[in-house]
Design a protein around this ligand. Sequence first.
Ligand code: NAD
Ligand code: GLY
Length: 358
Amino acid sequence: MQTLQVALGERSYPIYIGQGLLSEGSLLTRHIAGAQVVVITNDTVAPLYLDKVLAAVGERQLVTQIILPDGEEHKNLDQFAKIMDCVLREGHNRSTTFIALGGGVVGDITGFAAACYQRGVEFIQIPTTLLAQVDSSVGGKTAVNHALGKNMIGAFYQPAAVLIDIDTLQTLPDREFAAGLAEVIKYGLISDEPFYHWLQDALPQLLAREEAPLAEAIERSCATKARVVAADEREGGLRAILNLGHTFGHAIETHQGYGKWLHGEAVAAGMLLALRLSVQRGAVDGAAVQQLADLLQQAGLPVSPPPEMSFDDFMALMKRDKKVIDGRLRLVLLEALGRAQVVEDVSEQELRELLSKP
Ligand code: NAD
Ligand code: GLY
């Protein structure tokens, strides 16, 4: 097992990464101070892993399970209210601990519920998708969606620990696994060129879900995320680099309707656009575009946006991005392979050239 630390002063917390960790009760129980626990999961993950987590939690005064319906469409205020109704009815007090068992949807809504319940109770992340293990469970962004926008209601609220059992990835559907790989590749591109080249070699083993390379990929991804979050918890600046490809990607997701393209798939196509733009601006050698396209394609990810999406579609949707300040579009581009920067001076003409390419 490897342990990383997210260094945030008194709110610092460990990320445990390894095999069989769900069966090691002490890893979990050392972060549960009180006699009450709420485990929140969904109806896909519960039959797979809930029993193991309940066994690890052990006998306590009050243990409540909440099983949400699976799906991004349920990451909303209705389910949030159901969680609140349940924990209040059951009599959980401020010393309770919430545990999120599942992908990013469960992690985000549980974290937000923990941030709000009695003005904040402890919570632990047990992420079970690759995307959640390398991204959403670390860093304390919690939220639910609103009909008028994704993740629009939320809070920065850090967990007490993140427990990553890589064995859980063995049951993950291929498409979800590939979507998580997009975020892994992102870390190489934004801040770790040697890791990016390592991924080019290790991809077949990763796709075969071999434990050692998986653990290495997750560890190096989490190390970058932890470093960036420690430097800029509330996204005043540096943390925005974690959004490489996301401005284009969110536009694709919204245009297609949520659920048609997975987040990681849209980010993959978006990262390639960001790289093309970086090449267009002379920051990166043109050969990098084909290399990234090859890597994404081998991972089973899309390399271009939906053909029906026009320049105007992109512009209209990108202007709604959370990174837009006073109407100015801010994009994450590469200043070199393995080094990202936020730029504010991309002209409409440059974007037209980029997005009008076949
Ligand atoms: P998800 O939570 O919907 O999980 C994907 C699917 O895999 C679901 O059907 C889920 O039930 C299933 N699943 C989960 N673990 C499984 C397992 N081990 N075996 C079999 N099936 C399993 O999607 P996701 O990609 O994990 O997360 C996406 C969400 O994360 C979005 O809501 C996004 O906004 C959020 N997100 C948050 C952050 C953050 O920093 N908080 C970062 C990125 C994404
Ligand atoms: N997923 C982007 C962030 O955590 O900032």
